[in-house]
Write a protein that binds this ligand. Structure first.
Ligand code: GBH
Length: 465
C-alpha cells in the first residue's frame, strides 16, 4: 500500500555549472565547461553557455523558496571546484566561493532541508585540464586535496557526500566521443580509472580524518540505463544485455562493491587500454557507504559485431541498445519513458551488490519545444516512477533510502543547452530576473511528497501507540 519509510529522503538535484552562472564572478576560476562553451567552434546547441544560466550564484534565495514550496526534505547540489579553488589547488582559496556555499547550506538547514553535496559534476578546473586533467595520474591526489578541503569547510553541516557524479558520462562523452568537455577522444578507460582512484582516495580521507567527528556517508553517483534483451528468447541478446550493464553500471560499481576490479566481461573484451588496479593504494573495494544511482531510461539490447577499424568502446561492448517504440519520447533521442526499468535496476543492484542502501540521486524527464506549463505527461512520469520505487521497496525488499528528481530548475542541459527543460520549476531565461514558476509536474511531485509523508507519519503513530 505504498509505504515509504518515515525518514525517506524526498529530494531534487542540481549541479553547479548547470544553474549557478557567475562563471567569472568574485574570483572564480575557469572550468573545462566554461572553456568548452566559449570555444569558437562550440558544439553546444545554438552555442549556449552556462555564463548566467539560472543565475543561482545571485538568486540562491529564490532556489530555497522553490525547495520549500515543493516540501523537499533533501536537496542535492554540487560545488564548483574552480569557484572554491580557482587554480584547482588548495594553494589559493577563494573565500567568496566559500561564503557562497556557506549561505546556501545554512539556508537549507534553517528551513529543515538536508543537503546532499556532490564535489564534482563534470566541471574540472581548466588549470588542471592544462596539466592533463583526468588523463593524468596526478589528478586523483589533487581531487583528494580538494575533497579534504570541502570536508573541512562544510562537513560540519553535510552528512551525505557524493564524490563524483557519473564518471561514466565524464569518461565516455568527455574522453571517448568528445561530445562533453574536455572534448577528448580515445581515453575513456584511462580517465575512468583516475576517477575511481580519486574517489577511493577521498573516501579513505573521509574515513580516516572526518567520519568520527562528522558522522557522514560518502559515495559516487553511478548512472546506467536498464538493459533487457531485445529478443527475450535469444541467449545472444541476453549476453549482450549483460555486457551493456557491465560496461555502464558495472564499470564503476564492480570496483567499489564487488571485486576491486572491473567486471570480468570488460576484462575479457578490452585490451591493454583497460588499466589495472594491481598495486594501487589505497584499495578501491569497499569505498562506498551507500549505492547512489542516477536512472533515466532503458534499452532493448542486441548483439552487434564491429569489424576492423580503430579500437573503440562500441567495438569492445559488441552490443547496441534501442528504444522500444512503445516507450514515449520527449524530443531527446536517448530519453524514453521506461519507469519499469528503475524497479528492474533496483532489483539487479540488490542481487548483485549485496543488498546495499540505495539513494536514487537523479531521475527525471524533459520537455523540448514550446514551453508547456501544464505538463501532464511529466506529472504522470513522476507518479508512475514513484510507484515503481514503492514496488521495489515493498515487493522486492530493496533498501531504497531516497529519491531525488532531476531537476529543481530548468537549467543548462550540457550539449542541449537550454533546449531541454528538466525542471520542476520553469525558468524564464529571456528575463534578467530568471523568474522561477512551478510546473504542473512540480505540483504533482509536491503532492506525492506530502501524501507519502503524512501516510508514514500516521503509520508510525498507529504502530507506536
Ligand atoms: C544526467 O546524466 C546528468 O548527471 C545531469 O547533469 C543531466 O542534466 C541529466 O542527466 C539529464 O540529462 O547524447 O545520445 O550521447 C544522465 C545520463 C548519459 C544521459 C548520456 C544522456 C547522452 C546520450 N546521461 N546521455 S547521447
Amino acid at each position: 500500500m505504498n509505504m515509504f519509510p518515515e525518514d525517506f529522503a524526498w529530494g531534487a538535484s542540481t549541479a553547479a555549472y548547470q544553474i549557478e552562472g557567475g562563471w567569472d564572478a568574485d574570483g572564480k576560476g575557469e572550468s573545462i565547461w566554461d572553456a568548452f562553451c566559449h570555444r569558437d567552434d562550440s558544439s553546444v546547441f545554438e552555442r549556449h553557455t552556462g555564463d548566467v544560466s539560472c543565475n543561482s550564484y545571485h538568486l540562491w534565495e529564490e532556489d530555497l523558496r522553490c525547495i520549500e514550496e515543493l516540501g523537499l526534505t533533501h536537496y542535492r547540489l554540487s560545488l564548483s571546484w574552480s569557484r572554491l579553488l580557482p587554480d584547482g589547488t588548495t594553494g589559493h582559496v577563494n573565500q567568496q566561493g566559500v561564503r557562497y556555499y556557506n549561505q546556501v547550506l545554512d539556508g537549507l538547514l534553517a528551513r529543515g532541508v538536508t543537503p546532499m553535496v556532490t564535489l564534482y559534476h563534470f566541471d574540472l578546473p581548466q588549470a588542471l585540464q592544462d596539466r592533463g586533467g583526468w588523463q593524468s595520474a596526478d589528478t586523483p591526489a589533487l581531487f583528494d586535496a580538494y575533497a579534504r578541503f570541502c570536508f573541512g569547510a562544510f562537513g560540519d553541516r553535510v552528512r551525505l557526500w557524493i564524490t563524483l557524479n557519473e564518471p561514466y558520462v565524464c569518461a565516455k562523452l568527455g574522453h571517448e566521443d568528445g561530445l562533453h568537455a574536455p572534448g577528448v577522444r580515445g581515453a575513456a578507460y584511462r580517465a575512468g580509472h583516475h576517477m575511481l582512484r580519486a574517489h577511493a582516495l577521498a573516501w579513505h580521507s573521509y574515513d580516516a580524518g572526518y567520519r568520527r567527528a562528522q558522522g557522514g556517508l560518502v559515495s559516487m553517483a553511478i548512472n546506467s540505463d536498464w538493459a533487457e534483451p531485445e529478443d527475450a528468447d535469444s541467449a545472444e541478446d541476453a549476453a549482450a544485455a549483460a555486457r551493456y550493464l557491465a560496461f555502464s553500471l558495472g564499470w564503476f560499481a564492480w570496483p567499489l562493491f564487488v571485486s576491486g576490479d572491473y567486471p570480468e566481461v570488460m576484462r575479457a573484451a578490452v585490451d591493454a587500454r583497460l588499466p589495472r588496479f594491481s598495486g594501487v593504494q589505497p584499495a578501491v573495494l569497499g569505498t562506498a557507504d551507500f549505492f547512489a544511482l542516477n536512472y533515466y531510461t532503458a534499452r532493448k539490447v542486441r548483439s552487434v559485431g564491429v569489424d576492423g577499424g580503430a579500437p573503440s568502446m562500441k567495438k569492445d561492448l559488441g552490443a547496441e541498445g534501442v528504444v522500444d517504440p512503445a516507450w514515449p519520447l520527449c524530443g531527446l533521442p536517448w530519453l524514453a519513458v521506461a519507469p519499469h526499468g528503475l524497479r528492474q535496476l533496483l532489483k539487479y543492484i540488490k542481487a548483485t551488490f549485496n543488498h546495499p542502501a540505495v539513494y536514487i540521486t537523479e531521475n527525471g524527464f524533459a520537455q523540448t519545444g514550446p514551453v508547456l506549463m501544464e505538463d501532464g505527461e511529466r506529472a504522470a512520469f513522476y507518479r508512475e516512477t514513484v510507484g515503481e520505487v514503492a514496488k521495489a521497496i515493498e515487493e522486492d525488499g530493496v533498501d531504497v533510502r531516497g529519491y531525488f528528481a532531476w531537476s529543481l530548475l530548468d537549467n543548462f542541459e550540457w550539449t542541449d543547452g537550454y533546449g531541454a527543460r528538466f525542471g520542476l520549476f520553469h525558468v524564464d531565461f529571456s528575463d534578467d530576473e530568471r523568474a522561477r514558476t512551478m510546473y504542473r509536474s512540480g505540483r504533482e511531485y509536491a503532492a506525492i511528497i506530502s501524501k507519502h509523508r503524512s501516510r508514514s507519519r500516521a503509520h508510525r503513530e498507529l504502530t507506536s501507540s
